[in-house]
Write a protein that binds this ligand. Structure first.
Ligand code: GLU
Length: 300
């Protein structure tokens, strides 16, 4: 990366469900980082999965971010960028980095054949420096020749992400830890496209109070940002709460009541913790009371 270049970050949700609390935290960390560095914050709606993507979820994402006061500099939708993916897919096929494979169709009738595009795995070790997790290394051999497009005109997630990060000149990929195992595949595709590798920062998982993984099935609405909005939590309190999911101020006696401006001054991506961040409802309620008190004082 050119050291004079301003950072470009992105929040890339798939509109396949309401904005998740972990997604809101990812958006916030990207946004704070962009504000600290004079960089650009892109919102990219990853709606290549036509069956699962829905307009109502896209709207939920946009209104959730607006409620929190997170304002993207640019907004893109992957469904409007298919020509671009096609262009890069063609180039990969031409260079021999990917190939069309005729195979028995998954869930198809017996004897039905589908043409998918597979990436020719160079079978090597991929190592990258993660700003949160340190050195991460994977042997990609077991990934085999993975599928990057359902057909020559239908790119799948890994290809679209890599093409977009490349075309949008994304410098830092700040996203949830659930994507760490996707990174080696994405780095292999980047290398085949001749793209520069962005810096990675994988944020810790958000855990339920009993330290189990937060899941829609077990925790219901509590996984979505809208739930807290409907509970009349002040957006400033929610923003403050999200910032403390995996990060805290460096001085041990520092106040945890932090405005967005305080966060821009104090937040350090390098100090994000590796271990899971536990969702503590009592803390959210306490923070909310602090903001309500402040508002009361202003009104009086
Ligand atoms: N679209 C992916 C998701 O919603 C995120 C992709 C990324 O951040 O690289 O989980």
């Amino acid at each position: 990366m050119n050291t004079k270049q301003k950072p470009i970050v992105r929040f890339a949700p798939s509109p396949t469900g309401p904005l998740h609390i972990g997604g809101a935290r990812t958006a916030l960390f990207n946004y704070i980082f962009a504000k600290q560095t004079g960089g650009k914050f892109i919102l990219r709606i990853e709606d290549t999965d036509k069956e699962r993507s829905e307009k109502k979820y896209e709207e939920d994402i946009l209104s959730g971010l607006e409620w929190l006061g997170i304002k993207p500099d640019e907004i893109y939708k992957q469904s409007e960028r298919t020509d671009l993916y096609q262009k890069h897919l063609d180039a990969l096929i031409k260079s021999g980095a990917a190939y069309v494979s005729r195979e028995a169709k998954k869930d198809g009738a017996e004897g039905e054949i589908a043409e998918v595009v597979r990436f020719k795995n160079p079978n090597k070790r991929v190592t990258f420096q993660d700003m949160v997790r340190g050195e991460v290394s994977f042997d990609t051999t077991e990934l085999k020749d993975f599928v990057i497009a359902r057909s020559v005109s239908e790119p799948l997630y890994h290809l679209a992400v890599v093409v977009d990060d490349f075309e949008m000149k994304v410098t830092h990929v700040i996203r949830g830890e659930d994507h760490i195992s996707n990174t080696p595949r994405q780095i292999l595709i980047q290398e085949a496209l001749g793209a520069t590798r962005p810096l990675y920062a994988h944020l810790p998982l958000i855990l339920a109070p009993d330290r189990s993984k937060l899941s829609k099935r077990k925790h219901g609405e509590a996984v979505s940002l809208a739930h807290y909005r409907n509970m009349n939590i002040a957006p400033e309190a929610m923003l403050n709460f999200l910032a403390l999911l995996g990060w805290h101020p460096s001085a041990s006696d520092a106040s945890e009541v932090l405005s967005f401006d305080d966060l821009v001054t104090q937040f350090q991506l390098q100090r994000v913790q590796k271990g899971g961040a536990v969702l503590d409802g009592n803390k959210l309620n306490w923070l909310n009371r602090q903001y309500l008190k402040k508002k009361d004082m202003i009104v009086k």
